[in-house]
Design a protein around this ligand. Structure first.
Ligand code: UD1
Ligand code: CA
Length: 460
């Protein structure tokens, strides 16, 4: 049977302070494996055929907007005062009805591991059952501070009762089915109930969850769809809950990569973010962190204590311990580290070598070139086959502006050299150790600026 076409959108509730995080950072910006919690909720929703996505923000609104500026201003609805989840939906309702939606999927912004498949199941089931309001539930040994789902003798949903308002004695004991905070609302039938929410409860807030009892009283179709005890559906409210979810996802990613054929040594100590891609046939050793949009190609190896963010390691390249890469690219068959620091805009071309205590920033090290020890290359372009001696410093900054250094193919820079930019060292040129170079050195010449050595009698 083909399904009716339902024009649905999504609404993410993300305005709350997250008091239990005890932090000034808005809760949804707290990260899991390097990505804000809200990013995960948006990613899961983006897999569904939805015709709009709005996010209610409030606490730290400017920060949240800035972190998700790619969504555009219209994607956000500001809830000036956070008077509860029901109030948050009320604030967004005009945008939803103006968009002419038949239904809206509402998700708490603090449910980062929310599986796309669960959202899909909620949507499909709601459409199939023609539900007016439907929501995902879980059955937990310890229902904690989650809203309790009460049902009648025939199993139909009666209400969601918030933990603070729930009295076991009124329900024949504890209730273990809880509300996961993911809802499907039919706009035509549930919209009119929004104005009937009250804040007459233990928190003094307008609860979205009260829509359930209101819908039941109206004789509408209400569905509580049970997702078993899937911990991916648990909301994150505290640091302890955050790291519980982070560990769950971390392990899932690492186990998945092991199954695909990535050799992950000490897997319990390896952190790989959800946007990173690590090719089968590569090797990673814990402890290490590979975050952001990083990639590791087949045959590459990343040793322990490496930190990478938005960085790329090419085929058969080796990154040795304690190296730190941020927005850096390492091409094929390179040797990096130990203790290398590649900062944004560092490009290490094929077969090049970056050794210990070498820092690169907006700098290219050409194919087969080497900077093996104690060097700073900033705003620099190094050609092919050049050798950068120990202690070479490109002086790229005069306190106001940045200038460029060019080191052409096959040049040789002696140790402890300062290259004062803007400056070019020509092809095949040699710079004598200990020089301070302020003018260009021509191709195949020797540039040297150090004072002649003298031996003087020592006065005693
Ligand atoms: C909520 C549910 C509870 C459910 C649990 C699942 C309510 C009243 N309770 O409780 O039944 O078991 O989620 O995790 O909804 N928010 C706003 N504006 C506000 C208040 C909250 O946008 O005025 C946002 C928060 O940023 C958060 C989400 O709504 O992302 C849920 O709010 P939270 O305070 O965490 O609700 P819980 O107590 O966890
Ligand atoms: Ca919550």
């Amino acid at each position: 049977m083909s399904q009716r076409t339902v024009n649905a959108g999504a609404l993410v509730l993300a305005a709350g302070k997250g008091t239990r995080m005890r932090s000034n950072t808005p809760k949804v910006l707290h990260t899991i494996l390097g990505e804000p919690m809200l990013w995960y909720v948006h990613s899961a929703l983006s897999t569904l055929p939805l015709s709009g996505l709005w996010t209610v923000i409030g606490h730290g609104a400017d920060d949240v907007r800035a972190a998700f500026s790619h969504l555009g201003q219209d994607a956000f609805i500001v809830q000036e005062q956070q008077l509860g989840t029901g109030h948050a939906v009320q604030q967004a309702w005009d945008a939803i009805t103006d968009a002419g939606l038949d239904a809206v999927l509402v998700a708490n912004g603090d449910t980062p591991l929310l599986p796309a498949a669960s959202l899909r199941a909620l949507m499909d089931e709601s459409i199939a059952q023609n539900a007016d309001i439907a929501f995902l539930t879980l059955t937990l040994d310890d229902p904690g501070a989650y809203g309790r789902v009460t049902r009648g003798a025939d199993g139909t949903v009666a209400a969601i009762i918030e933990a603070k308002d729930f009295r076991p004695e009124d329900h024949g004991g504890e209730v273990h089915e809880i509300n996961a905070g993911i809802y499907w609302l039919n706009t035509a039938t549930i919209g009119p109930l929004l104005s009937r929410l009250t804040n007459n409860n233990a928190s003094g807030e307008f609860y979205i969850t009260d829509l359930v009892a209101l819908a039941v009283a109206e004789g509408l179709t209400v569905q509580g769809i049970n997702g078993g005890s899937d911990p991916h559906l648990l909301g994150v409210n505290s640091p302890a809950e955050l790291v519980r979810s982070e560990e769950l996802l971390r392990k899932r990613i690492v186990d998945g990569l092991l199954d695909e054929g990535v050799l992950i040594r000490r897997p319990d100590a390896v952190t790989i973010g959800p946007r990173a891609s690590v090719a089968p046939g590569s090797e990673v050793c814990g402890p290490c962190e590979i975050l952001g949009e990083s990639t590791i190609a087949a045959g590459a190896s990343v040793a322990s204590n490496v930190w990478m963010h938005d960085s790329h390691i090419g085929e058969d390249s080796t990154v040795l311990p304690f190296s730190h890469l941020e927005q850096a690219t390492v091409q094929a068959r390179c040797h990096i580290g130990p203790y290398a620091r590649l900062r944004p805009g560092a490009l290490v071309c094929d077969e090049a070598k970056v050794g210990n205590f070498v820092e690169m920033k907006k700098a290219t090290l050409g194919p087969g070139s080497k900077a093996s020890h104690l060097t700073y290359l900033g705003d620099t372009e190094v050609g092919t086959g050049a050798n950068i001696g120990a202690g070479t410093i490109t002086c790229n900054y005069d306190g106001v502006n940045k200038f460029k250094t060019v080191i052409e193919d096959d040049a040789f820079i002696g140790s402890n050299t300062a290259l004062v930019a803007p400056v070019t060292i020509g092809k095949g040129a040699l710079v004598g150790a200990g020089s301070v170079i302020t003018r260009n050195v021509k191709e195949n010449t020797i540039g040297i600026t150090r004072a002649k050595q003298r031996e003087l009698p020592r006065r005693k």
